[in-house]
Design a protein around this ligand. Structure first.
Ligand code: ZN
Length: 150
């Protein structure tokens, strides 16, 4: 990875961790799913308001490491206004980037997701980065059980 991207990655993770976006309980959420990553101890509750197949609002609460907090913060920003299908596609793209070592991935096309792609360089932290997204998929399926990364 280029040094420039690594710098951006660290900067964005730091920023979102210090000032998490959409960090609040959503009183009128119609989806609420808890996620837990036992490897690191990351816990989060994801709230979504889904209407007519579109994610009208997204927020979260919880406590985790910098990467998990930044990932869920960034995710709530990205998925707001998207359809459920678009959000699922975003997860699939991200998952492929993070878990493959394919250098041919076009980081420029990824926009903000490219920041999370940086976690590829830290395999032990992949579950921290994907916890929010696994929780999102469960929420979109309207699964109310607790999600763990194991
Ligand atoms: Zn973590």
């Amino acid at each position: 990875m280029m040094g420039e991207l690594r710098e951006l990655y660290q900067e964005v993770i730091f920023d979102h961790n210090r000032n998490p976006r959409n960090f609040r309980v959503m009183a009128d959420a119609n989806r609420r799913v808890e996620g837990f990553n036992p490897l690191c101890g990351d816990r989060l509750t994801l709230y979504l308001k889904v209407e007519d197949g579109t994610i009208k609002d997204a927020s979260f609460q919880g406590q985790g490491c910098a990467i998990s907090t930044a990932s869920v913060s960034l995710m709530t920003e990205l998925i707001k206004g998207q359809t459920e299908q678009e959000a699922e596609e975003l997860f699939e793209v991200l998952h492929k980037i993070i878990t493959s070592q394919d250098e041919a991935v076009n980081l420029e096309e990824l926009g903000k997701l490219a920041v999370l792609a940086g976690v590829r360089e830290y395999p032990a932290r992949v579950k921290c980065a994907t916890l929010a997204w696994h929780t999102l998929v469960a929420a979109l399926k309207n699964d109310r059980d607790t999600v763990t990364t194991e």
